[in-house]
Design a protein around this ligand. Structure first.
Ligand SMILES: O=C(O)C[C@H](O)C(=O)O
Ligand code: SF4
Length: 517
């Protein structure tokens, strides 16, 4: 095979997967938009998401800044040179990272050092399988860390909150799947898609679950029991009312694909791979002689353009919100300004905000901050950044990361540095809510995955500190205009996330009685 051509084909697959959502996923998101109640936060979130999808396609830039751990599943005819193919894929990954189509995501687990080129021990994941066909089939999934963190594995029998006992049968599996959607809340950027693996051991069960994500959203399970179960889940999971971003609403789950394999007598695992709305997976057929793409996969059915949402997202997706208070904030912010805000308000930020996520929060616990954060805003974000020809940093993608990971630190950092607002997604817990009340702060929920939408709000990069943590983990000083987010935790002890978690648990309990006997 012409390896140079194959490398080019892999580069095209990587870029297309990162920047252009496949048709079946776009159709699912369009259905969610049509189903959502107008004037709600979820409707605003979906309008922003749709506009972002269009922006990413137009900019040929990452839909979400987290381009995940690239995972390739490749079927090859006998005789294909897998060693050379792996080298070509690595070269394509490095090229796509250099061009800002992928975020450098490969981090040494012991030193925390980011390799900078997306290569590392075991990264990317490349799995080969031989088959009888005379062509090569390459599938790629870019599954970000926030939704990967919401994967979950159950060992039956077990007791599930709200649902009671789950036994080693189809009804027990039903309960596990509903619970998997409930426990994700909005943290994995709902509305999501789930792959489920029944059986196997802990490793092969999760592998089977993730493999289900390569099925088309619109396909029909050939196993009748599983088809019925998929249909049941799609009819009922959305009754949990978690909604897009966990804001509450009609669309929580956009797809459920279930696979089954044998198990050993002692084990009965139900593994769930939770994928966010930014469901980036694509595939190509490759000519084993020329290395060229002969066909793009996942092209079935009509396309959805989101052209009109692009205009809305650029002006004010919040127009979807109907009657809400919109408050402009310009850091440094006073305690008095903060204490006037309440859950549900929309905030537009103009001025400089500072990114800080996993490494920075850990660092700030026992170090001073490189900038004075008093009255300032921390943005839980790990952007995709490139240096332009003049050596200036350009933001290529900059959506929020899951905030709950900073729960062990956030309250202490608000107190220690006088931080007035935290922007992220998925919400935070009781400790942070208490600190917001005590010290006068708010949590602002941005729209997870809307990386192009927020990059568009960033007018300049004014500086960077702690770059030794790597591009995604550094403290970027970003000058923003009209950076819009929703107050979902305020200084009066209110938390939308607490309310949605409580109401969805009550709704979950309605599914306790057996359905599949
Ligand atoms: O790592 C990120 O930028 C986001 C992550 O995928 C998350 O959802 O928390
Ligand atoms: S930020 Fe949200 S959309 Fe992006 S990878 Fe994480 S879970 Fe997915």
């Amino acid at each position: 095979m012409n390896m140079e051509k194959f490398q080019q084909s892999m580069y095209e697959l990587i870029v297309e997967t990162s920047t252009k959502l496949p048709k079946d996923v776009r159709r699912a998101i369009a259905r969610a938009k049509a189903r959502e109640n107008a004037g709600t936060r979820a409707a605003m979130a979906l309008a922003t998401i749709a506009g972002n999808i269009k922006m990413a396609e137009e900019n040929v830039s990452p839909i979400c800044q987290d381009t995940g751990l690239p995972t390739f599943k490749i079927k090859v005819p006998v005789g294909a040179n897998q060693i050379k193919m792996k080298e070509a894929i690595h070269a394509a990954i490095v090229q796509a990272t250099k061009e800002g189509k992928l975020r450098p995501n490969s981090v040494d687990s012991l030193t925390g050092k980011n390799s900078g080129d997306n290569l590392g021990v075991g990264v990317p994941v490349i799995k080969f399988e031989q088959w009888e066909n005379d062509y090569i089939d390459v599938r790629l999934i870019l599954k970000g860390g926030g939704c990967e963190n919401k994967n979950i594995q159950y060992s039956l029998p077990c007791e599930l909150e709200g649902l009671g006992r789950a036994g080693r049968d189809l009804d027990g599996i039903r309960k596990c799947i509903l619970h998997a959607v409930y426990q994700a809340q909005g943290q994995g950027c709902s509305a999501g898609f789930i792959g489920v693996g029944i059986g196997g051991d802990r490793a092969s069960g999760y592998e089977l679950a993730k493999d289900q994500l390569f099925r088309s959203v619109d396909d029909v399970n050939p196993n009748e029991d599983l088809r019925r179960l998929e249909e049941y889940i799609m009819e009922n999971a959305n009754k949990l009312g978690i909604g897009t971003m966990g804001f509450g609403g009609e669309s929580t789950l956009l797809g459920c694909k279930i696979g089954v394999m044998h198990r050993i007598p002692a084990s009965f695992f139900v593994s769930v791979a939770y994928n966010c709305w930014a469901f980036r997976r694509l595939g190509v057929k490759i000519d084993p002689e020329t290395g060229e793409i002969t066909e793009w996969l996942y092209q079935e059915g009509e396309d959805v353009d989101f052209e009109k949402e692009l205009e809305k997202a650029k002006t004010a997706a919040t127009a979807e919100l109907g009657e809400v208070r919109e408050i402009v904030l310009e850091p440094p912010i006073t305690e008095e300004q903060i204490r006037q805000l309440k859950v549900g308000d929309v905030v537009r930020i103009n001025g400089v905000i500072y990114t800080g996520r996993d490494a920075i929060h850990k660092y700030l616990m026992d170090h001073d901050s490189p900038v004075d954060l008093n009255g300032q805003i921390i943005y839980h974000c790990g952007p995709v950044m490139l240096k332009d020809e003049n050596g200036n940093w350009q933001v290529k993608a900059a959506g929020p990361t899951t905030s709950i990971r900073e729960e062990p630190y956030q309250g202490d950092i608000i107190k220690k540095f006088g931080v007035r607002a935290v922007i992220g997604k998925g919400g935070m817990g009781a400790k942070t809510l208490q600190a917001l009340k005590e010290h006068g702060g708010v949590y602002l929920n941005a729209i997870g995955g809307a990386a192009q939408y927020y990059a568009d709000c960033i007018k300049s990069v004014e500086g960077v500190d702690l770059l030794e943590f790597g591009i995604p983990e550094a403290m970027w000083h970003l000058r923003v205009e009209n950076f819009t987010a929703v107050v979902t935790m305020d200084a009066h002890g209110n938390s939308l996330h607490e309310d949605v978690e409580k109401s969805s648990l009550e709704k979950l309990a309605q599914f306790k009685e057996p359905v599949f006997k």
